[in-house]
Write a protein that binds this ligand. Sequence first.
Ligand code: 5GP
Length: 220
Amino acid sequence: MVILLILSKLIDTKIMGFDLTNEESLLFIISAPSGVGKTTIRKILTSQIKDFRYSISYTTRLPRADEVDGQDYYFISKEIFQGKIGKDFFLEWAKVHENFYGTSKDFIKAALEEKKNIFLDVDVQGACSLKKKLPGAIFIFLIPPSWEALEERLRNRKTDTVQEIKHRLITAKKEVRCCYEYDYLIVNNKLEETIAKFKAIILAEQCRPSKVKYSLQGIW
Ligand code: 5GP
């Protein structure tokens, strides 16, 4: 009975996701309400830390003025997105603010095969579904220092209408309630401090025995 349970769990992970517990790679899932500053942080981290890959999501949202297709997102139509759902292309996908967002299964597989570390940016629905599919992944939630600060950042971004900002703030308040489900919580007050905290987490996670590239051969 126990063997059957273990087998079914293994098959489950294999079909639905990837078990990272004994993988060399680290996989970080980062969630934050829209406007907290995830993109800036991600760009700094990927430029400063080697061997990190950022999983570029697919979305049906239109690109913002400063966004580049294939760098920030793969911008696709709803029809193409639905087709990809049908082909089981996504490791997870969710509807956020009236648009669809999804993570490519093949990208994660390839990065793990190349022993790269990975950053994923997903909303709380995506993070919840990945908790089951990616045992051993590290979940980080980024929060704004205050609601006023978040509202100001959304306004200053000048990419969303007043209605969209209102909608994003309502979603943000719902999302923040899930922060205790994550392994780490970072308040993005000062950018340098946030980057230092991310780097400290990465360093600590790299020191877990399963991640240290060290052979005990010849020691005992
Ligand atoms: P934005 O439109 O502001 O770039 O992103 C809106 C929300 O979608 C953010 O909370 C972001 O984390 C989330 N998101 C981005 N890519 C993905 C994805 O692949 N899957 C899921 N579930 N959410 C995503």
